[in-house]
Ligand binder design. Structure first.
Ligand code: FE2
Ligand code: FE2
Length: 346
């Protein structure tokens, strides 16, 4: 049972080392012996050790000092102090305070020594078992969390696609919006968590269109005033759909759904928010969404040239768009071009 346990024995007298080796081996421990406490310390501090026997009276470093040094590296390993000094209560207390687990007197009584080290080996054995279990558990929890996150992402994509399904804004629109948005979040110095949030949540910007009748959503001609008003409810519908969730992605999705049609100068909808009243997520997705819509063929329009669409983002600084976010978009023209090429519609 203890054959995997490694003991270290430190005593400046060879004969004591031999006695301890013999006894410890009876219990099944492997023993490494040191007559020099400094050399023993050098070994112990860098290695996995399970049980330590320390003499008190040694040149260079006494047993209490050695235990103190070892405890800086190993808090739980059982350490036994063995000394020929008897009747010194203060030494005993010093040793225990330094971190000794047991205190034994020389000459060692074989049966008592065996019983005590069997107990300590048992203690160590169970410490290791617990450590293994904790590691195993940690590993399992990590795996389970990864699986959950992966499934959550899949659900988000499906939800985003559901809205796209009904909408003429098809193709890779939501993927491009996601990538432009993450690029902007990164360029603006947002946290990695927020970059992830916006990447996974921006495909949900139009999820509220699920609640808009097809007769309006798919109408080829111009919308009547009343139809247009109905159309303008999709941000609020999306927000209502997503707002109750605990998931950071859905929470971000709710903010984006609600604010992606707000305009920096206050002329947007549904609330006519102005400037920084509009959540930064919304100000980012507004640019990504509009830029991509301009670049895309729609039943009522041809796709714009890349440069013309980029110029539009510049021209709308302070009007439709947050000037700082728009600057970042234009500054990252190479990234924009790359995303637009990689996710081209067939
Ligand atoms: Fe929208
Ligand atoms: Fe869109």
């Amino acid at each position: 049972m203890f054959s995997k346990l490694q003991a270290v024995s430190i005593d400046d007298e060879e004969i004591n080392l031999l006695i301890i080796e013999k006894l410890a081996e009876k219990v099944g421990l492997k023993v490494i012996s040191y007559s020099d406490p400094i050399a023993a310390y050098e070994y112990v501090k860098d290695n996995e050790v399970d049980l330590i026997f320390v003499d008190y009276m040694m040149p260079k470093l006494n047993g209490v000092e050695l235990i103190e040094k070892i405890r800086r590296h190993h808090q739980n390993i059982p350490i036994v102090m063995i000394t020929s000094i008897t009747g010194n209560e203060k030494l005993k207390i010093d040793a225990i305070e330094a971190g000794a687990t047991e205190f034994l007197n020389k000459p060692l009584k074989g049966s008592e020594f065996l019983a005590r080290i069997t107990n300590l080996a048992n203690l160590r054995y169970h410490q290791l078992l617990l450590k293994d279990k904790a590691l195993l558990l940690e590993e399992e929890v990590k795996k389970a969390t990864e699986n959950l996150t992966k499934r959550e992402f899949e659900t988000l994509i499906i939800l985003g696609n559901a809205a796209e399904y009904k909408d003429p804004e098809t193709g890779n629109h939501v993927s491009r919006v996601a990538h432009y948005s993450r690029m902007l979040a990164m360029s603006l110095g947002m946290s990695e968590q927020d970059q992830d949030n916006i990447y996974y949540a921006s495909p949900l910007h139009d999820v509220g269109k699920i609640g808009i009748p097809d007769s309006i959503l798919l109408k080829p001609g111009k919308l009547t005033q009343e139809e247009w008003e109905t159309m303008q409810t999709h941000p609020t519908i999306g927000y209502e759909m997503l707002k109750g969730s605990e998931s950071p992605f859905l929470k971000t999705g709710a903010i984006i759904a609600k604010t992606h049609h707000e305009k920096y100068d206050g002329s947007g909808y549904p609330e006519g928010l102005k400037g920084e009243e509009i959540h930064l997520f919304g100000r980012i997705v507004a640019i990504a969404d509009v830029f991509d819509a301009l670049m895309t063929k729609r039943p009522y329009k041809e796709p714009w040239e890349f440069d013309k669409a980029l110029q539009y983002v510049s021209d709308e600084k302070g009007k439709h768009f947050d000037p700082e976010v728009a600057d970042h978009f234009v500054r990252n023209v190479a990234g924009v071009q790359k995303i637009s090429n990689i996710f081209k519609d067939m």
